[in-house]
Design a binder for this molecule. Structure first.
Ligand code: BG6
Length: 512
């Protein structure tokens, strides 16, 4: 990983799916932000590729609208023409290999005009059905490899649908690109606060000695969303939370929390360590799946006096759908560091608030000295790594309440990123795009890790498919998911943390 700010070398970025939503909402605003920081290569151009017929000017004008609508860094009086002039557009039918002739000619021409030295990053922001078609068609015209410059390919999520399709996709991609040139996106890894897990762990002397089964009681990861499936019902109904959030985002966070210290900050050094964690995940037995994997689907309810639709009433969703919008899992990592420590993870849509956080619950003190003054479940420290919103870190510990006797109270020591004035926190896509242009794959997932994670959830997918008796619990929109999920944590008097949008708030019920 690069530890100082660098400008990437001259190159061209070719975005497939340029007329799609991701390009408008994320990619172009992220590139624009990189441009504002003067971090785009000196010689650089973007070639948008899609089926829709459009001229360069029409594409530029659509992207100008996208910047106005979606870029957080755009000010109304900014002159964006310097950025827009670097954008070009080529319409082709990406499924038809003969059309790639047009693309080849355009790339050669733009490379000459813009002096991009034959260096190209291809970005696939298309439906997954095209992930193997595009590389194959690029290879027909030898666009995938070049002696003149580098060729990289960025693949959006979802990377496969199950272990079989992920393996096939890896195999197909490796026919045309080297592993080192394949950048698989998991945008959670691009979040500043997710990267901060590494810094918290490995640049402070006080946490690492405690970061193991001897001192940690359990680890909790929550990624909650208050929104439902919005306009993505069609996609989501074929996916579900296990594929959409757990196999990738949540497990990648677990990888960073649980990994051993890497020998260096080099991409493969870090990725080797997270892979080892994934290889140590205890395989689910059928009994585990029934007992330790809970799935739910939101039902209609009233939030703040307004009726909220049930999942099955959402556009694009099957009226009898059994797709899960909530998953909670208890699992173990069978290695020296984590033996016997339960990991609890959960994710869901239409939960009370949007929040992602990791909670390390430390063991109780060996002797309960202030028993008369402290509730047993309060006698343990917690470290909360808040990923979003109100990004920050919070440490809970016990203090004496001033006055007679030994009244003990839990207090919080908190740091909020927002307190760092004048520090710009980049969006995940900004960081990831810049890394791809720089050729730094640390924050991208490697093929073997992706396969390992599909392997981990494969027994769950299989059992859910085959055993109709496994319950899909309904939960009213706006609640913390099915009540059964609380039973995963078996210790008396202990349940999930109920995070609120503000890091330091702690109530049983957040704002709805
Ligand atoms: C995406 C999922 O990968 O992540 C979405 O497909 C989900 O369903 C989104 O809403 C959440 O991302 P973030 O950055 O808003 O937490």
């Amino acid at each position: 990983m690069k530890d100082k700010i660098e400008k990437p070398g001259d190159q061209m970025l070719v975005i497939f799916g340029a007329s799609g939503d991701l390009t408008k909402r994320k990619l172009i605003p992220a590139l624009y932000s990189i441009y504002l920081q003067n971090l785009l290569p000196d010689k650089f151009c973007v070639l948008g590729v899609s089926r829709t017929e459009m001229s360069d000017d029409e594409f530029r004008s659509q992207m100008a609208d996208a910047i106005e609508e979606f870029s957080k860094n755009h000010k109304a009086d900014n002159d964006i023409s310097g950025f827009l002039n670097r954008l070009y557009y080529q319409s082709i039918n990406t499924s038809d290999e003969n059309e790639y002739k047009k693309l080849e000619e355009r790339i050669i021409k733009l490379n000459k005009e813009n002096n991009t030295r034959g260096n190209i990053v291809f970005y696939l922001s298309t439906p997954p059905s095209l992930y193997h078609v595009i590389p194959k068609n690029l290879s027909r015209y030898s666009l995938n490899k070049s002696s003149e410059g580098f060729r990289r390919i960025v693949i959006e999520k979802p990377f496969g649908y199950d272990i079989k399709s992920a393996k096939k996709l890896n195999k197909d991609l490796l026919e045309y690109f080297n592993e080192d040139d394949i950048y698989r996106i998991d945008h959670y890894l691009g979040k500043e606060t997710v990267q901060n897990v590494l810094v918290t762990r490995f640049s402070n002397g006080i946490f690492e000695p405690l970061w193991n089964s001897k001192y940690v009681n359990r680890v909790e990861v929550t990624s909650a969303e208050s929104i439902g499936v919005e306009s993505r019902g069609g996609y989501f109904d074929g996916s579900g939370t296990l594929r959409d959030m757990v196999q990738n985002h949540l497990m990648q966070m677990v990888g960073l929390v649980a990994m051993e210290p890497p020998s260096s900050f080099e991409s493969n050094s870090i990725r080797n360590e997270t892979l080892k964690v994934f290889q140590s995940l205890r395989e689910f037995s059928e009994r585990d799946i029934k007992k330790n994997v809970i799935r739910g689907q939101y039902t209609s309810s009233s939030i703040g006096g307004e009726k909220v639709k049930a999942y099955r009433e959402e556009n694009g969703v099957d009226k009898k759908s059994r797709t899960e919008t909530f998953v909670a899992i208890k699992f173990y990592i069978d290695n020296w560091r984590w033996g016997g420590v339960p990991f609890y993870i959960r994710s869901g849509k239409r939960l009370p608030t949007r929040v992602t956080e990791i909670v390390i619950h430390f063991n109780k003190t060996p002797h309960w000295l202030f028993g008369a003054y402290q509730k047993p479940n309060e006698a343990c420290n917690q470290l909360i790594l808040r990923i979003q919103p109100d990004e920050g870190i919070l440490l809970k510990f016990a203090m004496k309440v001033p006055g007679q006797g030994f009244n003990v109270q839990n207090v919080k020591m908190d740091f909020h990123y927002a307190d760092l004035r004048n520090t710009y926190v980049p969006e995940a896509y900004e960081r990831l795009l810049l890394d791809a242009l720089l050729g730094d794959s640390t924050l991208y997932t490697r093929g073997d890790a992706v396969e390992q994670l599909w392997q981990f959830i494969a027994p769950v997918q299989k059992t859910w498919n085959e055993d109709q008796s496994i319950p899909l619990y309904g939960y009213p929109a706006g609640t913390w998911g099915p009540e059964t999920a609380n039973d995963l944590i078996e210790e008396e008097g202990i349940t999930w943390q109920c995070p609120c949008s503000n890091l330091t708030d702690e109530t049983s019920y957040c704002e709805l």
